[in-house]
Write a protein that binds this ligand. Structure first.
Ligand code: PLP
Ligand code: TYF
Length: 392
């Protein structure tokens, strides 16, 4: 092992540890994407606590579940995303969204060994990291054009001009990480045409369903997109919308072009699962299945999810107006329209380090901020601290 050099820290997880270690009382952690209350806590959701209590009382075995994990969980996530699994779908419980991404990309590579992964620029750093670990080449396509922040379809399509049949096109479900800006319904239709025309394999990563407008609203474009195309891979994370982060709860759903292809892809993917973690952890998936199959728990979960969404959207409005006031730059009002946990500030990477050192304000070098890390009563102060560093 003498040949190894230390790996660079994950830009987001490294920042999480640095912010935790900072003892300044007024520090502001806008780094890693974890939902927080005004008090800065990330509590266990009420429905999760109740589901856990029920599971503790009723669980009768810890015997293995198998590579697909919990079938009730898989069906429930199939219902949330596709309106139900059909005979062309195979679904797996996975260790978080990351586990789904890892196995999903491996399956895509198995089907098409020379496939490259097309990623939005910018994208979530771990997309590139997982592809690199699997020896999949990545190609970036431009995503947002100007500072209005909306995805620019002409630029996206230009970026896909070099894509070959079998290449993988990574798209994110609602609440794009890191920009907070998503494709419109019309743009998803255009993407489906492009996927068909070029024979691409769409790979839709969904990690924030329910944080933009509502559960159904946030899933509608992806659902319609999947109905339009023959094959696709869908990855799902329950880390944020169920607050299950450390339980490592996610799903991988593969849509095959037909029932025969489905059998092949299901068994090949199960073999990939067996060769890595063999079977997924059960606890988080059992919690989600319990919540989604019980009317009262589901109502309670949807209510709490709505509260998280409401707090994020409220903070966005306050933050956007505080920034516009502090900078006189109206273009920053886009932050109020963006969705989910993140927006990107126009800031140089070196200035994020200055803010960290001098003001205890933590964000990655990309300028991405976790909206949930904002404090409602200190938005003006924060905007004033940021103002002189924002690029106009
Ligand atoms: N995909 C995106 C876009 C994310 O932001 C995240 C992070 O939460 C994930 C996938 C995977 O998250 P996890 O592995 O914690 O479920
Ligand atoms: O983007 C984020 O901050 C979240 C959390 O390796 C995260 O998605 C970050 C890095 C990572 C896993 C999760």
């Amino acid at each position: 092992m003498d040949s190894l050099n230390p790996a660079p820290a994950d830009p987001l997880l490294g920042l999480m540890l640095a912010a935790r270690a900072d003892e300044r009382p007024g520090k502001t952690d806008l780094g890693v994407g974890i939902y927080k209350t005004e008090a800065g806590d990330t509590p266990v959701l009420r429905a999760v606590k109740e589901a856990e209590r029920r599971l503790l009382e009723t669980e009768t075995t810890k015997a293995y579940e198998g590579p697909h994990g919990n079938p009730l969980f898989c069906e429930a996530i199939g219902e949330l995303t596709l309106g139900g699994l059909g005979d062309r779908h195979t679904a797996f419980t996975t260790p978080g969204g990351c586990g789904a991404l890892f196995i999903g990309m491996q399956a895509a590579k198995l089907a098409s060994p020379d496939a490259r992964l097309f990623l939005s620029d910018p994208s979530w750093p771990n997309h590139e990291g997982i592809a690199a670990a699997l020896g999949i080449e990545t190609v970036f396509y431009p995503y947002v054009g100007d500072r209005t922040g909306a995805p620019d379809m002409d630029l996206v399509l230009k970026g896909l001009e070099g894509a070959r049949a079998g290449d993988i096109l990574l798209l994110q479900g609602a609440c794009h990480n890191p920009t907070g800006t998503d494709f419109s319904a019309e743009q998803w239709v255009r993407l489906a045409e492009e996927v068909e025309k070029r024979g691409l394999l769409p790979f839709v990563d969904t990690a924030y369903q329910g944080f933009a407008r509502g559960l159904e609203e946030d899933g509608a474009n992806v659902k319609a997109f999947l109905e339009r195309i023959p094959e696709a891979i869908l990855t799902y994370s329950c880390s944020k919308n169920f607050g299950l982060y450390r339980e490592r709860t996610g799903a991988l759903i593969i849509q095959a072009p037909g029932a025969k292809a489905k059998d092949a892809v299901a068994t090949q993917t199960a073999a990939l699962v067996r060769a890595s973690y063999s079977m997924p952890p059960s606890h988080g998936a059992a919690i989600v299945a319990t919540i989604l199959n019980d009317a009262e728990l589901r109502r309670s979960w949807e209510e709490e999810l709505g509260q998280m969404r409401g707090r994020l959207n409220g903070l966005r409005e306050g933050f956007a107006s505080a920034l516009v006031r502090a900078t006189n730059d109206d273009s920053l009002s886009r932050i109020a329209e963006e969705k989910g946990m993140f927006s990107q500030l126009p800031i140089e990477a070196e200035d994020t380090l200055v803010l960290q050192r001098e003001k205890g304000i933590y964000m990655p070098g990309s300028g991405r901020v976790n909206i949930a890390g904002l404090k409602e009563d200190r938005l003006g102060e924060l905007a004033a601290d940021l103002a002189s560093y924002l690029v106009r």
